[in-house]
Design a protein around this ligand. Structure first.
Ligand code: DGJ
Length: 367
């Protein structure tokens, strides 16, 4: 009996140490305490030789996609072993709060502001009981990477500002009824800015989002707007806590979500997905020499079977990590959502390889 127990303990240790050294794709990942990593739709901040992974803390069961607890954070020096830093943004147990348990908090991203030493988190925020109609972006700020993050506000961005690339003669309020979605005129009208005009007075919609800090320290908020039809790239103010009012529409009418951006040799690369809820779809990639575009399609980044391409290896992009102190090495971070039990969603992290000038992904079981 004693020998059997010893053998079991050894096997357990072996499994833990193997999974600690490799990223086992498509399986559950465990933190340094041996608990399941719970940080979905996440993003990574590199600060003072540590990586901080922020993500949605999901509950068990089909209501697990609602934000009951908050945003979690894990830290690591090597991207393999992750220490749980706990819930760094907590839901506010007050029925008057916009951030009360039961609302939706998705895709939290954190950036560091070198000018004022603050850590700034923006996230997609939907109000309790209102489905996805609020389409807000939320802000929380901390003095340390591991928080606590103090909730500041949730807003519809770029209220009463026109996108810089909307033609002058289209900068006027909507003066016709919105056609039905299956009407052939609908997409053409989206492209010419129908929803921007509809939302001019109250602010633009903001759903799936990411943040990007350029080499010059200017930060951009990139989000699915206009009923998820068009991405908006918005410049933040110096503190990263307000929208500056300068923004561009990109890929209008092309229905992109799950944006993730990185910069490689003076070009910007954008990965997105189509809009099929929690179900995966073919990944998309784009290149531009300016963050505001024009963005050129590079097609599906997936190299693999037809199924791999159709489902982006059963994942949806959430972030692209530029590995600190290693030039030209990038990791694609994706989510394999399991909405029927959201906490058990898997993480698909793959190296990005450049082939013929295009960023591509190949499957790896573990690496
Ligand atoms: C896809 C988005 O990328 C997710 O973040 C989430 O909003 C789901 N849609 C909801 O259906």
């Amino acid at each position: 009996m004693y020998r059997v127990l010893l053998l079991l303990a050894f096997c357990n240790l072996f499994v833990l140490s193997v999974s600690a050294q490799r990223l086992p794709l498509g399986q559950l990942w465990y933190d340094t305490d041996g608990n399941m990593i719970n940080a979905h739709g996440g993003g990574i901040l590199y600060f003072q030789k540590n990586y901080y992974w922020f993500g949605e803390f999901k509950g068990i069961g089909k209501d697990g996609n609602k934000a009951m607890d908050g945003v979690s954070c894990y830290s690591s020096k090597d991207l393999h072993q992750w220490k749980n830093e706990g819930l760094v943004l907590k839901m506010i147990a007050d029925t008057n709060s916009m951030l009360q348990p039961g609302c939706i908090v998705e895709r939290p991203k954190v950036i560091y502001n070198a000018k004022n030493g603050k850590f700034v988190m923006w996230f997609h925020h939907e109000l309790k009981g209102q489905g996805y109609s609020a389409a807000l972006t939320g802000l929380a700020v901390a003095d340390k990477p591991t928080g606590p993050y103090h909730y500041i506000k949730s807003i519809r961005p770029n209220k009463k500002s026109w996108p810089a690339n909307l033609p002058e003669d289209q900068k006027h309020l909507l003066d016709y009824p919105i056609p039905r979605r299956n009407d052939s005129a609908w997409n053409a009208k989206v492209i010419e800015g129908m929803f921007v005009r509809r939302d001019f007075e109250n602010g633009q919609m903001s759903r799936d989002m990411t943040l990007f800090v350029n080499d010059d320290g200017i930060a951009y908020h990139i989000a699915s707007s206009e009923d998820n039809q068009t991405l908006h790239v918005s410049k933040l103010n110096e503190d990263y806590t307000e929208f500056s009012g300068e923004y561009y529409r990109i890929l209008p009418g092309q229905s992109n979500e799950a944006p993730a951006v990185f910069k490689h040799k003076n070009n910007y690369y954008l990965f997105t997905s189509g809009t099929t809820g929690w179900r995966p779809n073919p990944g998309r990639s784009f290149v531009a020499d300016n963050i505001y575009g024009p963005w050129k399609s590079l097609g599906n980044p997936v190299q693999g079977t037809e199924e791999d391409k159709a489902t982006t290896f059963h994942s949806q992009s959430t972030y692209i990590l530029s590995i600190a102190e290693k030039n030209n090495e990038y990791i694609y971070l994706g989510d394999r959502w399991t909405p029927e039990n959201a906490a058990e969603g898997k993480y698909i992290w793959l190296p990005i390889i450049f082939e013929n000038g295009k960023p591509v992904l190949y499957w790896k079981n573990a690496w």
